[in-house]
Design a protein around this ligand. Structure first.
Ligand SMILES: [Zn+2]
Length: 154
């Protein structure tokens, strides 16, 4: 049975990292690396990477960290075709903050990973045909709490 507590804890750290990044106190590459690590760190217990990234993965790009407005494209690597590769392998290779990417980053990373200049465009079409819109559109807002819990004052 998986542990949700470690994901909740890491999700709070993810929130703090992005708040510090948005205040200019952490560089983009440091923030991305730290967010990548909050996902890895759930493995100290039987946690879920997605829970560590629940704060931001549905509204920010996992590579450039840009906030993506509601309804704008934010593709989930989870839904790329089997021929294109494995989403975990891509996240680890590029040390992504999450597996959700804006169009520009999605194309750049998929084209590089597949060594094919049209891979990104092809995989975006694949996702839009096969997955539900919530897997390629930004929610444009952060969740109101940490799963079912309120964010604590710090
Ligand atoms: Zn991006």
């Amino acid at each position: 049975m998986s542990c949700h507590d470690i994901g909740l804890g890491m999700n709070e750290v993810s929130k703090e990292i992005l708040e510090q990044y948005d205040k200019g106190r952490v560089t983009k590459s440091a923030a991305r690396r730290l967010l990548y690590i909050t996902g890895c760190a759930v493995n100290w217990c039987d946690g879920n990477e997605g829970e560590a990234h629940a704060y931001f993965e549905n509204c920010r790009c996992g590579n450039c960290l840009k906030f993506i407005e509601k309804g704008e494209k934010l593709y989930s690597l989870w839904y790329i075709s089997r021929e294109a590769g494995d989403s975990w392998d891509i996240e680890k290779k590029y040390k992504l903050a999450s597996g959700r990417l804006c169009t520009k980053c999605f194309d750049r990373i998929l084209n590089n990973y597949c060594k094919d200049p049209s891979a990104g465009e092809r995989e975006r079409k694949h996702i839009e045909e096969k997955a539900s819109p919530r897997e390629y559109l930004s929610e444009g807002e952060y969740p109101s709490g940490n799963d079912i819990y309120e964010w604590p004052e710090r």
